[in-house]
Design a protein around this ligand. Sequence first.
Ligand SMILES: [Fe+2]
Ligand SMILES: [Fe+2]
Length: 315
Amino acid sequence: MSQNAHVTPDDTDKMSLEGDPHPMTDIKVRPLVFDFDAILSGPVWSKSSPEFSIFINALGLHVPYFERYLIAALGKAKKEITDPELRKDVSAIIGQEAHHAKNYMAFNKYLATHYPKGGELDAHARKYFTEHMKTDDLKRLVGFTAGYETFTFLAGMIILDNYDAWLTDSDPVMKALWVWHQVEEVEHGAVAFEAYQHLYGEHEWYRKYMVVVTLLHILGETHKAFIHMIATEGYFRKPWKALKAYGFFWSVMSRMAILARPVFEKGYSPRRHPLVNKRQNPVAKAWRKFEGKGGAVAKIDRTKMEEIMAQGVAK
Ligand SMILES: [Fe+2]
Ligand SMILES: [Fe+2]
């Protein structure tokens, strides 16, 4: 095992962030609970982009079981980690992911009331990750987690960067759920990578291999759920609608794959990825400030979003 130094935000180029803290600092555990019974829109919850809401419901379906796998993986890895800062970050990511998993499992129950195969898809993901968290060795556990977290961080940035097009006119509970989740995915987006580097840094090829394995896993799971959901929503009766939705699926998946290119470079660190190191996402920046001052964020309608964004520019 290699014991590489923990990459701190101080090592990264912060100049272009104009004095704002790097988005991967201050990982805060926020024990939010979302009321899915209050969803009024039905499962296609974004009027701004119905395709996005179906896509992200499909992607999110298996995610809570990966999050439980991550908790098991990093819980075991923590016993081997000697860097106190990294140990602290590992505890924080475990705390964040525990709250994500709890909420997303509850949302899966909601989805299962609308989609005939919702329960089956949930059970499949649960079985896969529960078995693998028991049988995978530590290197695979941490490698898979680091690979997968590449894409939760990238998806987080893609979603936040497309707030206007995909989330402006959407259900307040679902908007709140995804903004919270994606801000936290970016916040802890370097931790699993750093745990892997700390323990197995010399095994670069395996880290890169796991990035490919996890992308294919996410693609397979999301595709299966997405096809079922668009079929249930009647998209296949209108070929143009089906084509548009399918095009959306592949455009977001390809964007994730393209944005993952720096991950294969020598000396990569998520903290130095151009998406977080060259600029701030305004929604994430404002939301963190608003929530940090005690603002309620379990439901975000248009008025609440205006309040949040005003906080982003306030001193
Ligand atoms: Fe998460
Ligand atoms: Fe995560």
